[in-house]
Design a protein around this ligand. Structure first.
Ligand code: FPP
Length: 254
């Protein structure tokens, strides 16, 4: 197919239920234009709006975005301040539109390091959209995969200390109940932009069987056609969950 034709839409029954995205390349996008890195984050916020709308319209059930990792605090103070402001202003400007589009907003991560205003806004935005039944938009903020597994282990230990659980009862299925997103479908498709091929301490537990997709496109340039290309790549893969391809073929004909 010629490169300039848009990707045809993936049939709804072949779409991923849950897409997770590491939005990388904002800084490089800005540097290429001799702009401050923060201009890249602002442009990246516009991409967020575009991709949320596309996922919502396509009937994808869950979109999880890695907005700020627990390691991002180590960035220059000014960049962290701009990112915090951007989260607040984006939340303020988008919440009505998200609510009207029936989007349910959720945050994962440790909010305690955020300003009281941002924490308050996060809580209000979650409350306001809690009963919506369309796309679930999960924003990972001050999130780390190792932090997630550790908080699950801590809560399990508390139950053991309280005598509600025995150490011998701890299995992957039990631990699964305590990690973030346990009430949602497991991620089907992981997308990372800007050419890096790393998970970078994102959903370590939850990505066990997720299909990984990497693109060189920088996040501010990522568009609906790029999302379509990722969905098409996902639809073309055979997911085996540890089985052989013959077993999969037999079960799909059963
Ligand atoms: C990574 O690019 C991007 C981030 C750390 C921030 C992502 C934040 C946004 C897209 C802003 C809006 C988000 C929401 C949910 C409102 P980078 O700075 O590491 O890029 P580089 O690798 O090119 O330097």
């Amino acid at each position: 197919m010629p490169a300039d034709l848009p990707n045809p839409p993936t049939p709804p029954d072949r779409l991923p239920h849950h897409v997770v995205i590491v939005m990388d390349g904002n800084g490089r996008w800005a540097q290429q234009r001799s702009l401050p890195r923060t201009a890249g984050h602002r442009e990246g916020a516009k991409t967020v709006r575009r991709i949320v709308q596309a996922c919502s319209e396509r009937g994808i059930e869950v979109l999880t975005l890695f907005a700020f990792s627990s390691e991002n605090w180590r960035r220059p103070r000014r960049e962290v301040e701009v990112l915090m402001n951007l989260f607040l202003t984006t939340l303020r400007s988008e919440i009505r539109r998200l609510d009207t589009a029936n989007v349910r907003l959720r945050f994962i991560g440790n909010p305690s390091a955020f300003s009281p205003t941002l924490q308050d806004y996060i809580a209000k935005a979650q409350q306001r959209t809690a009963k919506n039944t369309g796309l679930t938009l999960v924003v990972a903020a001050n999130y780390g995969g190792r932090w997630d597994i550790a908080q699950a282990a801590r809560r399990l230990s508390e139950e053991i200390m309280a005598g509600q659980l025995q150490p011998r009862d701890v299995t992957p299925d039990i631990l699964q109940r305590y990690v973030c997103l346990s009430d949602l479908p497991e991620p089907d498709l992981f997308i990372r932009t800007a050419g890096e091929q790393r998970i970078s301490n994102f959903l370590l537990w939850q990505l066990a069987y997720t299909e990984l997709y990497f693109t060189d496109r920088l996040w501010p340039d990522f568009d609906v056609d790029d999302l379509e290309a990722a969905c098409a790549a996902f639809a073309s893969r055979q997911r085996r969950f540890g089985l052989t391809s013959e077993q999969i073929a037999r079960s799909s004909h059963a």
